[in-house]
Design a protein around this ligand. Structure first.
Ligand SMILES: Nc1ncnc2c1ncn2[C@@H]1O[C@H](COP(=O)(O)OP(=O)(O)O)[C@@H](O)[C@H]1O
Ligand code: SF4
Ligand SMILES: [Mg+2]
Length: 363
């Protein structure tokens, strides 16, 4: 049953493994890529949950399973209180209308042979929402809502800039009046000024239509602006989840701290106060035992490679998957002077300046 307090999306113990096969005549499964492992979170109505982490940590796979584009290996996805696994094809199609996606590269997802009008009319027809003149009117309305002009309807995707193409992608997602939009790195390929305009647009649309977003990104400066809560993923696992203010003011997981790259080194005499994440993310085909982060963690102890840390409550809605989060230093103890000029702070300053400029041209 669904009422206003039911989350739009509830993901419980979601797991997605990809089997890896070898052999030409007889194929054997030689392992599995553990892309998403036992991930749980909720998104409330009108809320934006950001999903962050380095490339390959399972963000897009999480999004695709939620969209019903691929089946889960295990766990559950509930949309407005209704379990998606086990729905008939027809019921799944009807439900999918309410969950839409915006991609990083709108160009790749827009048919180059279709005009913008055709691109926007297609979902209206597929879902039996509008045809003919009613569809034309809806297309005009959608263009206006995303800040494009009526004459853009006759043009083809290649005739637009990257930012405008992303607006077309957003209009297509909005066409069917969704409740939830999975935004998979929607601004990662854009210049900072265009990023800010698209983020402003997404925020305006959220207020206007009461949308919920799962906002997938690796840029924590952008996420700081658009999210209400943030979930941090590492190698298929959720390592920390908290409301935005808490996560940025007091990241507790060593990986989150490294992403924000503003934590003190254990040596108080050291001149550098920033940590740098060294090495690549290990392969999800054979993830490290125990805590998956232990091969890169500056606080790792013998227990870390033996025992997997569970997400534990750190108070105030913050949950952290680290055996030692209570005792490791938090970023709160760093002086502002130590963090000013970090990569994150420079990014944040550039994005904020662009966002302010964007707010005046893009209201
Ligand atoms: N269809 C697939 N088949 C096999 N492995 C996949 C497939 N899709 C993703 N993966 C693997 O799953 C892991 C997570 O990928 P992905 O979800 O795309 O990460 P992210 O979006 O965080 O960069 C990666 O190791 C990737 O190579
Ligand atoms: S459990 Fe150990 S290895 Fe993992 S983040 Fe915590 S201290 Fe680091
Ligand atoms: Mg991805």
């Amino acid at each position: 049953m669904s009422d206003v307090t039911t989350p739009v999306l509830k993901v419980e113990n979601l797991t997605k493994h990809f089997p890896v096969r070898r052999g030409v005549v007889i194929q054997r499964t030689i392992g599995k890529v553990q892309a998403v492992d036992d991930v749980s979170f909720e998104i409330k109505r009108g809320e934006t949950l950001a999903l962050v982490g380095e490339s390959g940590c399972g963000k897009s796979t999480t999004g695709r399973v939620i969209l019903g584009l691929m089946p889960a290996t295990g766990g559950s996805v509930q949309f407005k209180g209704e379990e998606m696994a086990g729905l008939s094809q027809g019921a799944l199609r009807r439900m999918r209308r309410h969950i839409q996606i915006i991609f990083q590269d709108p160009y790749a997802s827009l048919n180059p042979r279709m005009t913008v009008a055709q691109i926007l009319a297609e979902p209206l027809s597929v879902h039996g929402i509008a045809e003919g003149s009613a569809a034309d009117a809806r297309v005009r309305e959608l263009l206006q809502v995303v800040g494009l002009l009526p004459e853009h309807a006759r043009r083809y995707p290649h005739q637009f800039s990257g930012g405008q193409r992303q607006r077309i992608g957003i209009a297509r997602a909005l066409a069917v009046n969704p409740d939830l939009i999975v935004c998979d790195e929607p601004v990662s390929a854009l210049d900072v000024s265009i990023q800010a305009q698209v983020v402003n647009l997404l925020q305006n649309l959220q207020r206007q239509f009461g949308l919920s977003y799962l906002f997938i990104a690796h840029d924590l400066a952008v996420v700081k602006h658009i999210s209400d809560r943030v979930a941090v993923m590492y190698l298929g696992k959720l390592v920390e989840i908290a409301d935005k203010r808490t996560l940025y003011a007091m990241p507790r997981h060593p990986y989150t701290q490294a992403l924000l790259s503003a934590i003190p080194t254990p040596d108080p005499t050291s001149a550098t106060q920033r940590i740098i994440l060294e090495g690549d993310v290990p392969s999800p085909l054979n993830p490290p035992k125990g805590c998956r982060f232990h091969t890169r963690c500056r606080y790792a102890q013998p227990r870390c490679s033996a025992e997997e840390p569970l997400l534990r409550d750190a108070g105030g809605g913050q949950r952290v998957a680290c055996h030692f989060f209570e005792t490791i230093p938090t970023a709160v103890s760093i002086k502002p002077a130590d963090t000013a000029g970090s990569k994150f702070d420079l990014r944040l300053a550039a994005f904020e300046a662009a966002k302010k400029r964007g707010a005046t041209v893009d209201a």
